[in-house]
Design a protein around this ligand. Structure first.
Ligand SMILES: [Zn+2]
Length: 270
């Protein structure tokens, strides 16, 4: 039995912020994992029909949504039942990485070191192994992220146009966003949105996501015809999906924060 399971079976869960007789119900639960107290925020919801445990990938925090009328005992049981999942998520959660001088950032899958050079001014210059910018050092993180978003717009845009041309379908617009639950999306009007973070992945991964969204111009579903088309546009589709499954979360560790819901297995509907 791995050590963290032993730790879990010894300590179990307990309520925190335990209320007095007339006070509000607890707003969190805590669970000891690997000797560390993990706090799970409790959200009571009139809309929820079942208990849902999620992790916010970027903050690393956990949230348990409870339908109204569900007892704290049930919440405790739910958390205890998912203690293995919680431990695994904590071990998997990557540390946040700010775009600061001295930090290596993978751009198109190749590590480039962020450098501050006062002579460079406000622009960012990318070489084979560095991203260099000047000005006030406290603005380096924002400058680097702005630069990467612009680079993503150019690079992802050209992948989309390439695949759309092969498919012979028009794209009405391409936007680069900080999408959280999906790497891309395609609207019925032909607009494609992609995550700027794909610029941090190897280029063939960005090309796959572009091909995937372009395939939706013809097939607005994930049926067999869609996947056939996707593989025609991008033969390494399966390898790219496997790469994203294994490494995709890591792309969210860079730069500024934003919420990403991550559900525990069997705790929600989708
Ligand atoms: Zn899709």
């Amino acid at each position: 039995m791995p050590d963290f399971f032993k730790a879990l079976s010894r300590s179990g869960t307990r309520s925190v912020k335990r209320p007095g007789l007339l006070s509000t119900p607890p707003t969190s639960l805590s669970l000891a994992i690997d000797g560390q107290d993990i706090e799970i925020r409790i959200v009571r919801s009139a809309q929820a029909t079942r208990l849902t445990l999620r992790q916010d990938i970027r903050s690393g925090g956990f949230r348990l949504t409870l339908p109204l009328g569900v007892s704290m005992q049930t919440a405790d049981d739910m958390v205890r039942r998912h203690s293995g999942w919680l431990a695994a998520q904590i071990r998997k959660s990557p540390q946040k990485v700010a775009f600061e001088p001295g930090v290596p950032v993978p751009v198109c899958g190749r590590d480039r070191l962020i450098r501050h050079d006062p002579e460079t001014g406000h622009r960012v210059i990318m070489s084979d192994d560095a991203l260099t910018t000047g000005g006030d050092p406290c603005h380096v993180p924002r400058r680097v992220e702005d630069f990467l978003r612009l680079l993503a717009r150019d690079s992802l845009g050209s992948h989309v146009r390439h695949h759309a041309q092969r498919l012979g379908r028009p794209v009405t617009g391409i936007a680069v966003r900080d999408t959280v639950s999906r790497w891309g999306s395609c609207s019925s009007t032909g607009r494609i949105n992609l995550s700027w973070r794909l610029i941090l992945a190897p280029e063939w991964i960005a090309s796959y996501v572009a091909a995937h969204e372009v395939a939706h111009l013809a097939e607005m579903n994930h049926g067999p015809r869609f996947w056939r088309l996707c593989r025609e546009l991008f033969p390494e589709t399966d390898a790219a999906r496997a790469w994203l499954r294994h490494h995709g979360t890591g792309l969210h560790r860079y730069g500024g924060p934003a919420p990403v819901p991550q559900k525990a297995p069997e705790s929600g509907k989708n």
